[in-house]
Design a binder for this molecule. Structure first.
Ligand SMILES: Nc1ncnc2c1ncn2[C@@H]1O[C@H](COP(=O)(O)OP(=O)(O)OP(=O)(O)O)[C@@H](O)[C@H]1O
Ligand SMILES: [Mg+2]
Length: 282
């Protein structure tokens, strides 16, 4: 029997294959402001399929706004936003709904529903899609296993630690097996050790599933860990790359005063002589 899940997988495949040469994300001359205050100004960049782009920039610069433009929660005042070749900035809400099945978002602060169990939080999108219960259970358990929290199925968010809640938010983002993941400050507010476990999950997802992603972070330490570590299949653990090697699929962008002031490799970032970047990195 063709289940709703099979249809779901089919739709997702067709989204990916509709424009096989299109990048995962493309911004073209995107500007947006609120109440007369310009937030992003003439932003253009491309995230190729399989790439991880780390987005840096001071608080309030527009990092969350940029991610919301990528999943169509906000529309630009001018310019275009494309995801897998679909112009998100021109799509109707009902079409966006379909496309969002291919986009997982880890919202800033996790944003779990307090009144729902972990199972229902993670399975929420599948429940909305009327996927059969047994299939939801299977996929939720698989997603929770990925974040090593399968024992929390019947718990409520309030019963979990901050780090566990963030891991549940990651499980929720990956439960539809998205092709693009938008992580908004996934380690924000966490202690350094817990942050490391979250970054390890981001690395594992990158290296096991080769999902395209944009990762917003305030912590340079997290950003450089993403650039210098990989998931080692044999050891089943995140390990450092050999001295001097960098992950080839990971690169950086930096926002400052509404502009994209850097878009390039880890090496170019650390070698930059731009005073703002030097100051940010120091
Ligand atoms: N829906 C909205 N309505 C009005 N202003 C908004 C809206 N969303 C964002 N802003 C404004 O846009 C600016 C950028 O906000 P954004 O949340 O993207 O910053 P950020 O870089 O994510 O900051 P942080 O590092 O603190 O998360 C802020 O001045 C914010 O007040
Ligand atoms: Mg933000």
């Amino acid at each position: 029997m063709a289940t709703r899940t099979a249809e779901f997988a089919e739709e997702q495949k067709s989204i990916l294959e509709a424009h096989p040469d299109a990048p995962a994300v493309q911004f073209e001359h995107v500007s947006i402001g609120f109440e007369g205050k310009q937030v992003l100004e003439d932003i253009s960049f491309t995230v190729k399929r399989g790439e991880t782009r780390i987005l840096l920039g001071p608080a309030g610069v527009g990092k969350s706004v940029l991610l919301k433009l990528a999943n169509g929660l906000l529309k630009p005042d001018s310019g275009q936003v494309w995801v897998f070749g679909f112009e998100v900035s021109a799509m109707r809400e009902q079409d966006l709904f379909r496309l969002r099945e291919s986009i997982g978002t880890v919202f800033q602060e996790g944003a779990l529903f307090d009144s729902m169990t972990v199972r229902d939080n993670v399975g929420f999108r599948l429940m909305e899609e009327h996927v059969p219960d047994a299939e939801i259970d299977r996929r939720v358990t698989e997603a929770l296993r990925f974040v090593e929290l399968e024992h929390t199925l019947t718990k409520f968010p309030a019963e979990l630690s901050g780090g566990m809640r963030r891991r549940v938010a990651i499980a929720r983002a990956i439960v539809t097996k998205p092709d693009l993941i938008l992580y908004d400050s996934p380690t924000g507010g966490l202690d350094p050790i817990t942050s490391t476990t979250i970054v390890e999950l981001v690395i594992k997802q990158r290296d096991v599933s080769h999902t395209s992603s944009i990762v917003v972070t305030h912590r340079l330490q997290d950003a450089f860990m993403l650039a210098t570590h990989c998931f080692n299949q044999e050891a089943k653990a995140v390990t450092p790359l050999p001295e001097g090697e960098l992950d080839a699929s990971t690169s950086f962008m930096m926002l400052h005063q509404g502009k994209l002031v850097f878009d390039g490799s880890t090496r170019d970032l650390v070698r930059s002589d731009d005073p703002f970047i030097r100051n940010y990195l120091s």
